[in-house]
Design a protein around this ligand. Structure first.
Ligand code: GLP
Length: 264
């Protein structure tokens, strides 16, 4: 794992968007794993701008999202399909047929999960997976006790997650209670993971995810097993980490980060 600390949420989104753009320019056939949530919104805004102003080309790119609510169709404004269409897919020149999310309305949900795994495999696996982190440490919707080798499946959401997401639904009673999510094992097979977190409300969980012991209670800790995982946080989200001197040293000195230092 490597941890990159940026001064604020804007700088985090800038760096993450630039990393994605760099990988996409190097490989136009990139298989990109995508995530939803408030943290990602600014990344998608910047990617849309890079497409319009710097000709960032998505025409050959394929995408797989981490998760989708069970029981919501793609035209429901609360679904993750709707979120992605609105914030990214309709803003860039991606072929909609190359964009994939699990179908939360599938009559056979287990079959849908197996098919999702098969589609990822047929695409040659995910090159770069973007990740946010829930306040209790989930990646995707891998709630506490998600097996570290789990695959795409239906997961019951915790009351805390339902509550957190309820703000966007009219009332908590209408918020979905289950979701289809890539498993921790699915995520660990991606070639590179990019986890981003901003704000003081994520400080505790970022410290646990990065510097705490690996446990299925906090699925983000499994990323410590990944050979190429970059965690990008702002000062607020980094405020409970211990080894920040070392993380800052890496960013200031390693040649890999030179072009990204220039944005400061
Ligand atoms: C949801 C999503 C996660 C996301 C998390 C954090 O639970 N399933 O993929 O990481 O929200 O969202 P936010 O960025 O809004 O804090």
């Amino acid at each position: 794992m490597e941890v990159i600390i940026r001064p604020n949420a804007d700088a985090v989104a800038q760096l993450v968007a630039r990393l994605i753009a760099k990988e996409l320019r190097a490989n136009p056939h990139l298989v990109l794993g995508l995530a939803t949530g408030r943290t990602m919104e600014s990344v998608y805004r910047i990617l849309a701008r890079l497409h319009k102003e710097k000709q960032l080309d998505f025409s050959l790119c394929r995408t797989f999202n981490l998760d989708e609510y069970v029981g919501l169709s793609g035209d429901n404004p609360h679904s993750y399909r709707y979120y992605m269409d609105k914030r990214l897919f309709s803003q860039v020149n991606i072929d909609k047929r190359n964009t994939h999310l699990p179908n939360g309305m599938a009559p056979d949900l287990d079959g849908e999960c197996r098919e999702y795994e098969a589609k990822i495999k047929r695409a040659g696996g995910i090159d770069l997976q973007l990740l946010g982190i829930g306040k209790a440490g989930h990646i995707g919707f891998n709630e506490p006790l998600s097996a570290l080798r789990s695959r795409t499946r239906v997961k019951a959401l915790t009351p805390a997650t339902i509550e957190q997401n309820a703000a966007i639904f009219e009332d908590v009673g209408r918020a979905p209670r289950r979701a289809i999510t890539m498993g921790v094992g699915t995520i660990l097979e991606c070639r590179r993971c990019l986890l981003m977190a901003t704000g003081v409300s994520k400080a505790d969980i970022v410290a646990k995810a990065v510097e705490g012991p690996i446990t299925s209670m906090i699925s983000a800790t499994a990323l410590q097993l990944h050979a190429h995982c970059t965690v990008v946080v702002d000062e607020a989200a980094a405020s409970k980490l211990n080894a920040t001197d070392y993380y800052r040293w890496i960013f200031q000195n390693e040649p890999e980060w030179e072009e990204f230092r220039a944005q400061d």
